[in-house]
Design a protein around this ligand. Structure first.
Ligand code: GLC
Length: 683
């Protein structure tokens, strides 16, 4: 059951797709006060667990901290941060002992559809209180149902079907900020192929552009871009260019000129095009909230699609601002005035503060405007919609330019609703062990909010990776739909072939390809049925009180539980099995062993080069057996499907597969029911 409550005069965010009448009932799941915006408050019982909030820091259970929905470009993803790049204002408060609860209060889900700043204090200020603070103009949806899975499913129906990527987007992908030209890309492809390592895509980061101008390609670096894209395709490798939010201010640059001429850029308080700066220096931001400007900006992707490009990543779309013209002027004057001063504790920190405060300054976000159907909206009030609408611009254009096929698309910033148009990656993490854990913990929260196509920068974006970190991270990301190794300029090179134990890396990436039939089948089923691909363990075992404590294991698809190693030098880890399961240990696709492990907590040895997964009772999964060399997902068409699982009696597995590229899915044809017997199992 979904109840909808409207406060003030909310902006239409397009987060939801169902038209639900306003509730006539009183708002009752939380105490509501309307002063200085909307404040919702409720008591949390000791046993209550809070899940959700999408892309955020900290654990799967969100209790004990405050989270702020305000999309931010901040690359330091440490525990004390309150916001990352996305805003996903949905949580489920799971009331464990609701039957015995004297006031009859039950579990519920809540979605606060407010594109400005929203604060979720999940027991930080007071351990037993959940407080949500939103603006005065918002829509709040309260969802009740039989348990967490059901509540989430209702929410997912409300916000519409998740994005469907092409099948190739489930292969292994290599990225690095710093690949400059054709030669660099060729070397990366060769580096993988010479060693028999599958590779599906190479990413083009900002250096492919001419002076960081969107939709341009630097001809000195890529003299024949179209034929180069074709050459790479011939080797099975897709090139995926980055698109940034800011459009460089430069006379003669068509995107800039057209945008100015047609008033497609965000305006400042005087009605002039707002000037900020990002990679290219001074830029304007396309007003992607304005449908006309959105259609125009989206149409520009065709420039690259005409050259054979079929995947994009949208970046810096919080939007990130290095400085605004106006603020820079002010700060410069102040800095100059301090020249020759004897800087003391106050003036020194003031100086460093104003300089650091140039980037992503709140005052700047208050000083530009969108024009939505003639209505002027101040940016900070709708801040969280920017990345969503930039990505929507692209996806809507793909629907016009290439309607019959799926195009890869993901974004850094997002808001609920964007999941219908593309995925996200989790941004600039570090080569830290704790960020493997963070990436595990982010997955189910994102899935709850509809974002299924996602993954982290494997190996870590910033700082230098190590061989063991990269190997463990690849294992931890074995099932993430987006499996992309990405790193920052200036860090140690981290393509897998740069390391000593290439054989191990090859085996790990080949295992991924072996598992693609399961990953794709489960992903597509989850997307088409509004379900979660990654779930907290307690979602599958809600009666098991210990399952709620598990913060570093996940359920993946219908059959698998994962428990990755994320501690350096560990040769294994404790794993909690909520029921008897079959453990599959893989050293390579050809070297599998299995063992039944009983319910409980066990120390399981896991060597650096081993993948260990757990299969639920009466469940199976398809595994592609790769006879010939497999370098891409297309090669999987030839592979034999074998089954692994844990069954005594025959079970039915709904095996989803399709051509991997066409836009529509034909359920009868593609949803194949397969009966799997114990004798069919290879392990
Ligand atoms: C941002 C992105 C990162 C990219 C870099 C350069 O930091 O998050 O992935 O490599 O910009 O474009």
């Amino acid at each position: 059951m979904i109840q909808k409550y409207v406060f003030g005069q909310p902006v239409n965010t397009d987060a939801v797709v169902l038209d639900i009448p306003e509730s006539q009932e009183e708002f009752s799941v939380m105490e509501l006060t309307e002063s200085d915006g909307i404040r919702l408050c409720c008591r949390m019982e000791e046993e209550d667990v809070v899940y959700g909030l999408g892309e955020q820091v900290r654990g799967i259970n969100k209790r004990g901290f405050s989270y702020i929905s305000y999309a931010e470009d901040d690359s330091i993803h440490i525990e004390s941060r309150h916001s990352l790049y996305g805003a996903h204002n949905f949580l489920v408060l799971n009331r464990r002992n609701q039957k015995e609860n004297p006031d009859g209060s039950r579990s519920f889900g809540i979605f606060v559809d407010d594109p400005g700043k929203v604060v979720f204090d999940v027991g930080e200020t007071k351990r037993d209180q959940l407080v949500i603070q939103a603006g005065g103009d918002c829509v709040i949806y309260v969802i009740e149902g039989e348990g967490m899975k059901e509540i989430v499913k209702q929410f997912r129906r409300l916000i519409g079907q998740s994005y469907l990527p092409p099948k190739w987007a489930f292969g292994y992908q290599q990225s690095r900020w710093g690949y400059q030209n054709e030669e660099d890309v060729r070397e990366v492809v060769k580096g993988h192929h010479d060693r028999g390592i599958p590779l599906e895509a190479v990413y083009l980061d900002i250096d492919y552009m001419e002076a960081y101008k969107d939709f341009t390609v630097d001809e000195k670096k890529f003299p024949e871009f179209k034929s180069f894209v074709g050459e790479m395709k011939g080797r099975g490798v897709h090139l995926v260019p980055i698109i940034d939010a800011g459009v460089k201010i430069e006379k003669g640059y068509p995107v800039y000129e057209e945008g100015v001429r047609n008033h497609y850029f965000c305006k400042d308080e005087n009605g002039e095009d707002f000037v900020a700066a990002v990679w290219p220096g001074r830029v304007h931001f396309p007003d992607v909230l304005n449908p006309e400007a959105r259609a125009w900006f989206g149409g520009k992707y065709e420039i690259l699609m005409e050259q054979g490009i079929d995947g994009f990543w949208n970046d810096m779309n919080e939007p990130a601002i290095f400085y605004s013209e106006k603020n820079l002027k002010k700060v410069m004057e102040e800095v100059i005035s301090l020249k020759d001063e004897n800087l003391d504790i106050d003036s020194y920190f003031h100086l460093t503060g104003i300089v650091a405060g140039l980037a992503n300054n709140q005052e700047d976000y208050k000083s530009f405007y969108h024009n939505v159907d003639g209505v002027k909206l101040r940016h900070d009030k709708v801040h969280n919609l920017y990345g969503f609408n930039m990505t929507r611009a692209a996806a809507e254009a793909f629907g016009r330019i290439a309607p019959d096929k799926r195009t890869l698309l993901f974004s850094r910033s997002s808001y609920t609703g964007m999941h219908r148009y593309g995925g996200i990656w989790t941004g600039d993490n570090e080569s830290w062990w704790s960020h493997i854990l963070l990436s595990i913990q982010q997955m189910p929260s994102l899935n709850m909010c509809g974002i299924l196509y996602t993954g982290s920068d494997i190996g870590g974006f910033a700082s230098d990776t190590t061989e063991d970190l990269l190997m463990r991270w690849l294992e931890a990301a074995m099932f993430t739909p987006l499996m992309r190794n990405h790193s920052a300029k200036g860090t140690r090179r981290q393509e897998v072939y740069q390391f000593e134990h290439i054989e191990d890396f090859r085996n790990i990436i080949r295992m991924r390809y072996g598992l693609v039939p399961y990953i794709y089948s489960e992903y597509m089923k989850a997307a088409l049925k509004d379900e979660m691909y990654f779930r907290p363990v307690a979602f599958d075992y809600p009666e098991d009180s210990f399952a709620y404590q598990v913060e570093d294991q996940l359920m993946v698809g219908e059959s698998v539980m994962i428990a990755p190693v994320y501690v350096q030098n560990a040769k294994g880890r404790y794993v909690y099995l909520p029921e008897e399961m079959r453990m599959i240990r893989m050293r390579s696709l050809e070297d599998l062993t299995s063992q039944v492990i009983e319910k409980g907590c066990h120390y399981i040895g896991m060597e650096l080069n081993e993948l260990v997964i757990f299969v639920k009772k009466n469940h199976v999964l398809p595994l592609a057996v790769l006879e010939n060399e497999v370098l891409t997902t297309a090669d999987l068409a030839e592979a034999d499907i074998k089954w692994i699982g844990f069954v005594e009696e025959p079970v039915e597995y709904v095996f989803y597969d399709d051509d991997g590229i066409s836009g529509s899915c034909v359920p009868e044809k593609d949803w194949r029911k397969v009966t799997v017997r114990k004798t069919d199992l290879v392990y």
